[in-house]
Design a protein around this ligand. Structure first.
Ligand code: HEM
Length: 415
């Protein structure tokens, strides 16, 4: 126990976490007027923190480790067992280099062009429809895009089913009950499917082009010079496909931002302005709520004694909304990204720190390119109406989404 650090008095906060969602840490930061406090979560003393300085600390790999920090229920749904997320040290760096090698600026651009082409393919069908739900369309478009880019064969007849399975993995992380179990079943199915693709490529039954993620992962060698076991390779292939499909959440918020912040829409003429808009979408709207790590060795920071083995939670959403860093944090203002470059630790929708040396998401470039291409599509390639609907989103449900999924009607190709 730390006498100097605020202690949340509740016997156990696990229920409050589910009841307060994205605001759980923020609420207590305000209550205790401290970026750091202790609480009991799942029966254990846990340090909760937010803000740029806290993020710098959290990404110090000499002080924190991921092994043992990710609950089994999250590994068995969202991440998969054996993936890069739970590795540390040299093993992590080596596996991470596999991801970074697939996500070069050239590949990121390729994905942007591919997704734009897939969006354009939808227009004819949409022109015949009374309305479409953007989230539903986005996850199918992204599933086709992800598989084509990765070299993974995907029949059109099963696109909707696959897209739904990938979504269930993401939907499971903040859920208890049926939503969680749907994700667990999808995980088993997707890992088996990806595993059979890996085996087929390795034994020559499936032709995978060199340079595609399917080929690269199938023939990646670990530090001992051995191929990854089939299950681990399958988990890593899904670690590429699943998050690309998940960008559908940001796309839905992107369309909402275009609709609700019309003044920003008029300033999307240059690439810089479009990028600033996309960055503000990633900062402002909620997606990943927080991350956990385990203390590697005893140390003291800001009069708080961190004990070896203790769980520490970093607030991603709260750091992106920290008033100290972001003036008028609760307003959607893309221009802020034109004036100032964010740091590696204050803008952390996809984790913080350096992606080469730590756990920061290697897919940020892909996310930004896909969101930019989609913005171009929504603004320059089509016209549409936004009928009356419920676009509110909960800050309790994790992950969240506008209730309607964003309905668009009377869609026509822009002349
Ligand atoms: C890691 C969010 C897109 C692949 C992460 C982390 C977050 C995150 C919060 C954890 C960082 C940490 O543990 O410190 C997101 C969001 C995305 C997205 C919100 C957009 C929807 C992508 C894409 C890819 C990707 C497009 C790849 C195609 C990964 C991988 C990791 C990761 C492999 C694990 C990195 C590691 O442990 O070293 N992401 N991500 N993500 N992301 Fe993303």
């Amino acid at each position: 126990m730390n006498n100097e650090v605020p202690q949340d008095k509740s016997l156990d906060n696990s229920l409050s976490l589910y009841q307060e969602g994205y605001h759980f840490i923020q609420n207590r930061v305000e209550k205790y007027q401290s970026d750091l406090f202790e609480a009991r979560l799942l029966g254990k003393h846990t340090v909760c923190m937010r803000g740029e300085e806290a993020a710098k600390l959290f990404y110090n790999t000499e002080l924190f480790q991921r092994e043992g920090a990710i609950p089994k229920r999250i590994q068995k749904s969202l991440f998969g067992v054996g993936g890069v997320q739970a590795l540390d040290g040299k093993e992590h760096d080596h596996r991470k280099s596999l991801f970074l090698s697939m996500m070069t600026p050239l590949e990121e651009k390729k994905l942007g062009e591919l997704v734009l082409a897939k969006w354009e393919d939808c227009i004819e069908q949409w022109e015949q429809a009374e309305h479409i739900v953007l989230f539903e369309e986005a996850r199918k478009v992204l599933c086709r895009t992800a598989c084509e880019w990765a070299g993974v064969p995907l029949e059109e007849a099963i696109v909707a089913e696959r897209a739904d399975e990938f979504t269930s993995l993401v939907d499971a992380f903040g859920a208890i009950g049926p939503r969680h179990w749907k994700g667990r079943r999808a995980r088993t199915k997707l890992d088996e499917w990806a595993g059979s693709l890996i085996e087929d490529v390795r034994n020559g039954n499936l032709d995978a082009k060199e340079g595609t993620p399917l080929h690269t992962i199938a023939f990646h060698k670990d530090l001992k010079g051995e191929l990854l076991d089939t299950h681990t390779a399958a988990v890593e292939l899904n670690n590429v496909l699943r998050p690309i499909v998940a960008i559908a959440v940001f796309i839905t918020f992107e369309a909402l931002a275009l609709h609700e912040h019309l003044q920003s829409r008029t300033r999307l003429t240059t690439d810089q302005e479009r990028e600033a808009f996309v960055q503000e979408v990633r900062r402002y709207y909620p997606f990943g709520p927080f991350l956990g790590a385990k203390v590697r060795k005893d140390f003291t920071w800001r009069e708080c004694d961190f004990k070896k083995g203790q769980l520490v939670i970093l607030d991603l959403y709260g750091t992106n909304h920290d008033e100290k860093q972001w003036g008028e944090a609760d307003q959607f203002k893309p221009d802020r990204f034109l004036k100032e470059e964010p740091s590696l630790y204050n803008f952390i929708p996809q984790g913080g720190g350096d992606p080469m040396t730590g756990h920061r998401c290697p897919g940020e470039g892909i996310t930004v390119e896909i969101l930019k291409a989609t913005l171009d599509f929504l603004v320059n390639k089509i016209e549409y109406d936004v009928p009356k609907q419920d676009v509110s989103f909960s800050l309790v449900k994790m992950p969240t989404l506008p209730a309607s999924g964003f309905i668009m009607s009377h869609i026509r190709r822009k002349k």
